[in-house]
Structure formats: C-alpha cells, structure tokens
Design a protein around this ligand. Sequence first.
Ligand code: NAG
Ligand code: NAG
Ligand code: NAG
Ligand code: NAG
Ligand code: NAG
Length: 423
Amino acid sequence: MRMCHPPALLGTSWLLLAGLLLALQQAAGDLRRKATAVGSSVLLAGLGNVTHIYSVQWEHLNGTSSHTILHYNKGSQDPAIHVPYTGRAIFHPSNGSLLLEDVQESDSGIYKVTVNMGERESLRILLEVLKPVSHPRIWSSLLVAQATGEVFCEVAEGRVDTITWKKDGQPLPPDRGFHLSGSLSVLSLRSAKKWDCGSYSCNASNEVSWQETSLNVTIAGLSPPLQNALRMAVVAVVFAAVSGWGLIFPVCQSEKLRIRGELWRWLSVYTCGLVCIASILAGTAGILWMREEGPSVAIILPEIALTYVIVVTFLVSATVTFQPTKLMQLKSKTAQRTMGYAAPGGVVSVVLTTSFLIKNIHQRHGERRYSRDHPKEEGCTELVDVTTLALSIAAVSALPLLAIFLCYLSSRRSHDSGMAEGT
Ligand SMILES: *[C@@H]1O[C@H](CO)[C@@H](O)[C@H](O)[C@H]1NC(C)=O
Ligand SMILES: *[C@@H]1O[C@H](CO)[C@@H](O)[C@H](O)[C@H]1NC(C)=O
Ligand SMILES: *[C@@H]1O[C@H](CO)[C@@H](O)[C@H](O)[C@H]1NC(C)=O
Ligand SMILES: *[C@@H]1O[C@H](CO)[C@@H](O)[C@H](O)[C@H]1NC(C)=O
Ligand SMILES: *[C@@H]1O[C@H](CO)[C@@H](O)[C@H](O)[C@H]1NC(C)=O
C-alpha cells in the first residue's frame, strides 16, 4: 500500500531511471561512432595499442544476436570471412583492422572486435551507413508585402540531420523561426518586407554529405486581387475616355451637319456599350479593393451610381441595336433625360472611381518607398506594367470609333458633291 503513495512511487522510478542511465553509460563507454556513405569503403580500426596480437574476432551485433564475421588465430592461415561479408571484407592481421567495401544501409549496426579473447581488450564500433542527401527542393508560398509567407526546403532522399538557411550568402540566425519536421524546413517571413527579398539557400546535410539549393525570393507589393483591381481600373478609365470622345463628337458638330441615321445608331450603341463595360469593370475593381481593404464609403457610393449606369446604358444600347424605332417613339421627357445623362454621368463616375482606386493602389504598392515611416509597406517587384495595357486597350477600343468617323467623313463628302451637282 505504501508503495502506491505518490512520493514513494516517484522515488522508486527515479532510482530505476538512475540505474538505467548508469548501465547505459557503462555500456556506451567503449562505443565509437562512425558514419559513412552507401557504397563507400570503411576501415574499422582494431585496438591500436595491443602490442602482441594472438587472436582477433570481429562480430556484427544485430539486436540481441551476434554474427561472427571472422575469427583469426596467429599462426594459422588467413581467416575465413563468413557469408554476408565474403568478397567485400579485408582483414589486416598486423593491426587487427577490418576494411568493409561497398557498404549498404543493412550493414549499419554495432561491430565488435575482441583481441586475444579478452573482454577487456574489446571495442565496439557503431557504424551508420547513410544515403547521401539528395538535392533539396526549395520553393515559397505567395509572398505579398506585409503578409506572412514561408520559404520551404525539402529533401526527398537521405536522412537529414540539419538544414541551415542562408540569405544572400550570409547565414541566418538559427532562431529565424524555422523548424525541421522530418526532411522539411520552413523559414517563415513574418510581415514580409523589402529586406526579405533576395537569394535564399538551404543547406541540407547529414554526417556523410550535404547539398545546397537556392531560390530568388521576390515579394510582391500588391496581392493578386489588388493587381487585378488595378488592371481593371486602368482598362475602365481608358474605355471611359474613349467613350467620352464618342459622346463629345456629335455635340461639337453644328445642328445641320450632325451625324444621323445608321452611323448615329452605331455610334450610340458603341459609346453606350463602352460606358456599360467600363462601369462593370470599375464596379468590379471597387469590389476587389473592398474585399482586400474593407468597406469604404468612398467606394460604396460610386458603386451604387455605377450599378444604375450599367442598367441604363445596357438597356439603351440593347434597344438601339435591336429596336431602334422604340427609342424614337419614346417621348417621355424623363426617359429622354435619363438616357441623355446616363452615358456622360457614367463616364464621370467611372473616372472618379478609378482615379480613387488607382491612386490608392499606387500608394498601397509603396509610393512611400523612400519614406522611412512605412518601410514595411513595400515589396521588391515593379508595379504591374499598366502603360502597355492602357495604350493597347486605347488603340483597340478607339478603332470602331475611328471607323465610324471615317464613314461619316466619306458620307459627308459624297453628300457635299451631291449637293454641288444638284446646283
Ligand atoms: C592497419 O593496417 C593496414 C595495412 O597495413 C592499414 O592500411 C591501416 O591503415 C591500418 N589501420 C590502422 C588503424 O592503423
Ligand atoms: C589501450 O590500452 C589501455 C590499457 O591496456 C586501455 O585502457 C585502453 O582502452 C586502450 N586503448 C584503446 C584505444 O584501445
Ligand atoms: C539483422 O537482423 C535482421 C532482423 O533480425 C535481419 O533481417 C538482418 O539480415 C540482420 N543483419 C545482419 C547483417 O545479420
Ligand atoms: C553545408 O553544410 C555542411 C555541413 O554543415 C558544411 O560542411 C558545408 O560547407 C555547407 N555548405 C555550404 C556551401 O555552406
Ligand atoms: C538570382 O538572381 C541573380 C541575379 O539577379 C542571378 O544571377 C541568379 O542566377 C538567380 N538565381 C536563381 C536561383 O534564379
């Protein structure tokens, strides 16, 4: 009963543990470690300081059983080498050493040499046969400024003892938050910043080999949704500008020469359609921005206006395309005014919304790159190349407008010549 008393039980276990440790220490006293690579040759040295060797016995201790490799007696001929080692073990009678060739992982274990049959003159060698580590694979998660990202290093083959990291050739302090789980090491970049960009290398090693791989790490200043929002905003503002020209063009003409008929129809369809698409893009860009940065009144109000513009411009361009007569019959002043203001209003809304977005996204990317107040907010990639995008979109979207204008010019010329002929 007393034995079950917790302190007594604790004392007994401590005693047992201490005894076990002592036994282990004694057993390990004459144990030498040696590591070698698969396929190599390893020299297991005998006892160096025995002056007169009469007999030598080499054994491989496998668990509790032991397997004799050879038994040498001075005076008799060269010893017979036992089965698994025949042909790949060489014994040196002069000093009792054993050379094992082409070792495999199954050769790992404890080798025991006994000289002159004395237990005192024996030595145990723990041999570890290791596969060399394979080239590590190194990759990173999506790295965006201010967010937490990781760089991974994984070794497919070979027992890995350590993985060390270097950045731009300089060793990283071991407390940089990386941990080894099996053959995988993770370097975490908390709140990634410009300083974190660079060349990372990981060096995986075990006792017999090492391999190093490196990766150029870049940190994007903008997350992919914000990059998309920026592209959409740029395309939207280009569309708005082009449709703005389409709206101004008829207004700048005198009443008499104003574009009419089919050409007017196509011009209206095209400008209204373009305003509609620009509003959809600007609206989507605003939603993407809010999903990343949280809701903001500066976006929500234009979103409402844009939704209204999308509906009206869509209806107008659909009606003008498919039922142009319906539009002519529409006499209601309110309806006419709604349609008359929807497209210009849409252009203005798109320009205002996208200016706000583009300005904020630029700031987010790090216009403050050179400011010391916000060194965290920067990545090390260039901002999305929007100039090429804007120019190509402008060129493509202005083409139909140009075609309508050219048609108008040629029709005017034929009209003029017709008038001249008439007089
Ligand atoms: C034992 O002798 C062999 C051959 O003479 C030699 O190659 C080897 O290095 C020696 N071993 C030691 C531990 O001296
Ligand atoms: C050399 O001999 C001494 C005494 O015989 C022994 O204590 C020691 O362990 C031996 N050294 C080696 C390397 O075997
Ligand atoms: C060691 O023991 C294991 C299992 O008992 C056996 O499969 C293996 O072949 C042994 N190795 C040697 C070298 O005797
Ligand atoms: C990799 O690590 C191993 C073991 O720590 C070391 O010997 C080796 O020099 C390292 N390689 C490089 C390129 O630093
Ligand atoms: C990393 O970038 C440098 C220079 O920019 C280049 O020389 C090197 O080859 C790159 N390394 C990798 C692994 O891509």
